[in-house]
Write a protein that binds this ligand. Structure first.
Ligand code: ADP
Length: 392
């Protein structure tokens, strides 16, 4: 029994054939540069990587090529027991507080939400449309925002003029919800407790933090879009919105230029010249002042969020680190936790240095807060949610 998980971007399709029970990724692949002069396809099955360069004009051609690869290289989808396709969708607005079976109506709702996620929803929708055409199994959409539909109004509503905010559906929807939900559930299982005040730090290229009480999200750092909050690979995170007025009035920049500046040319890249955390460390270790400063800004912002979320929840039981940086960057974790020492939060330095794919504790036993590393697995979470939906 398997689920094909599809994450369709504007010029890419990421896919995984997942066994939702064992959690195994049976085949993994990526189609990139769709619609460009040459597209690139990578398909990995049984430890072997197969790569192709060819022209794929659109997502339909891309997915057709992938389905042929499954037949040619394996596993044969007819024999893999594919029960559903799970699609990642970024923006579910206020329509979706959980996964949904794709019907024509659900498909149209995803399209209607496009103005709230112009970079993502149309691309997600392309994946849904071509996959529905080519794969005759139930399709399920899993929304990045769904886990944050429980946010209380005080956390979800900006102090923006109510009429304007409501007219244009401006509020904090959050993002990375599938990961925050998966990780917070793992923390509950690991500790054997449902009654936890948790902070989840999802630190990848995109980065976000959530506050979770008794399994429900009560605050999160991403807002109307994934731009708000932490310092990210190329995004500013929190910034005074008046910077936009200033750069527009004084710098003469238009909306497109500002969007590009804030989303693609800022964050670690804009501060240190590199968006990849490993490259930033390499620069900083070589004595680069701007790279070291970028790390300081990154850590400062994280510490600020941890403190404020502990206050919002009126206490804190666990901090979980996840995603590329959270799971792998022991130096960064050490710098963050060191800043929290005065609250009795203590890192077990040896445990922090251990590399593993398992969930593990990296705080000392006498730490006031249990600090954990929890490997995230959004594909598995999507596959399991898809199975839940079709077996309802
Ligand atoms: P995405 O948001 O694209 O899914 P990931 O969760 O894969 O991103 O995280 C990518 C980030 O993780 C990059 O900044 C990368 O440098 C960082 N990363 C991966 N491995 C390490 C490591 N060993 N040390 C520090 N950072 C790492």
């Amino acid at each position: 029994m398997t689920v094909l998980v599809i994450n369709s971007g504007s010029s890419s399709i990421k896919y995984q054939l997942v066994d939702p029970e064992s959690g195994d990724a049976i085949a993994v692949g990526l189609v990139e540069q769709i619609g460009e002069s040459s597209s690139h396809v990578k398909h990995t099955y049984q430890g072997e990587k197969h790569e192709y360069d060819l022209v794929l004009a659109d997502h339909g051609e891309g997915l057709r090529f992938v389905l042929n690869l499954f037949e040619k290289i394996g596993p044969q989808l007819s024999e893999a027991g594919i029960k559903a396709v799970g699609h990642r969708v970024v923006q579910g607005g206020n329509h979706f507080d959980g996964p949904a079976l794709v019907t024509d109506e659900v498909r149209d709702l995803v399209e209607e939400l496009a103005p709230l996620a112009p970079l993502h929803n149309p691309a997600n929708l392309r994946g849904i449309d071509v996959a529905r055409e080519l794969l005759d199994v139930p399709h399920v959409v899993v929304f990045d925002t769904a886990f944050f539909q429980t946010l209380p109004e005080e956390a979800a509503r900006y102090a923006l003029n109510r009429e304007v905010a409501d007219k244009y559906a401006v509020r904090r929807y959050g993002a990375h919800g599938t990961s925050h939900q998966f990780v917070s559930q793992k923390v509950a299982e690991f500790t054997g407790r449902d009654d936890l005040k948790q902070i989840v730090l999802h630190l990848g290229n995109g980065a976000s933090v959530s506050a979770v009480v008794n399994g429900e999200a009560v605050d999160t750092s991403m807002g109307l879009t994934p731009l708000e909050g932490l310092v990210m690979g190329t995004r500013t995170g929190d910034i005074d919105p008046a910077v936009i007025f200033h750069l527009s009035r004084v710098g003469g920049m238009n909306v497109g230029e500002l969007d590009n500046l804030f989303n693609k040319q800022s964050g670690l890249k804009g501060l240190a010249g590199e968006n990849d955390m490993r490259a930033v460390w390499a620069l900083a270790n070589g004595g680069d002042k701007f790279a070291r400063e970028a790390l300081d800004i990154y850590v400062h912002r994280l510490v600020k969020y941890i403190g404020s979320y502990a206050a919002v929840m009126g206490g804190l039981d666990t901090i979980a680190f996840t995603a590329g940086i959270g799971e792998n960057d022991e130096l960064l974790r050490a710098e963050v936790i060191e800043r929290l020492n005065s609250f009795g939060i203590k890192l077990d330095l040896e445990a922090n240095d251990v590399r593993s794919d398992d969930i593990r504790q990296i705080s000392t036993d006498d730490s006031s807060v249990q600090v954990l590393i929890v490997p995230t697995n959004e594909e598995l979470a999507i596959a399991r949610q898809a199975m839940d939906v079709i077996s309802r």
